[in-house]
Design a protein around this ligand. Sequence first.
Ligand code: COA
Length: 126
Amino acid sequence: MVAEIDNKIVGHILFFPIKIISQENEYETLSLAPMSVLPNYQKMGIGSKLIEYGIKAAKKAGYGSIIVVGHPDYYPRFGFAPASTFGIKLPFEVPDNAFMALELLPNSLKGKQGTVKYPKEYNDDD
Ligand SMILES: CC(C)(COP(=O)(O)OP(=O)(O)OC[C@H]1O[C@@H](n2cnc3c(N)ncnc32)[C@H](O)[C@@H]1OP(=O)(O)O)[C@@H](O)C(=O)NCCC(=O)NCCS
């Protein structure tokens, strides 16, 4: 999704489906990445609007959760909590509070612990 002011794109946000895999389960969630707002338009609430609109769209599309790797001071205001709370891991190292998850429905991440499997485009060697 993009944010426009006077027909100019000033921000964008992408959500893509991704799987959380464990020995017992395979569960599809949404990954929020990347997002950006043009420097001259930052701190005006555009990023927040993109996230809030994205959360509504994700719910409407039937998703139960969203994960994000990002600024630990930014995403919690939208309800994101450390993904470790839900037993969800990444296949690479990041500080615990920089990998977050949001339940779009109560307890939607209950029992969904596992490791995120990124699409092959994320591999350095491809
Ligand atoms: C992060 C970003 C998308 C926020 O967009 P925005 O339109 O400025 O966001 P909003 O106006 O809704 O919110 C501004 C708030 O975000 C906070 N914020 C912005 N960048 C931040 C960062 N790197 N770490 C923590 N907080 C940040 C601001 O301090 C501000 O906080 P306040 O409301 O308490 O003053 C924007 O700063 C950006 O494009 N940054 C560069 C790209 C980037 O870092 N993308 C995110 C990757 S995880």
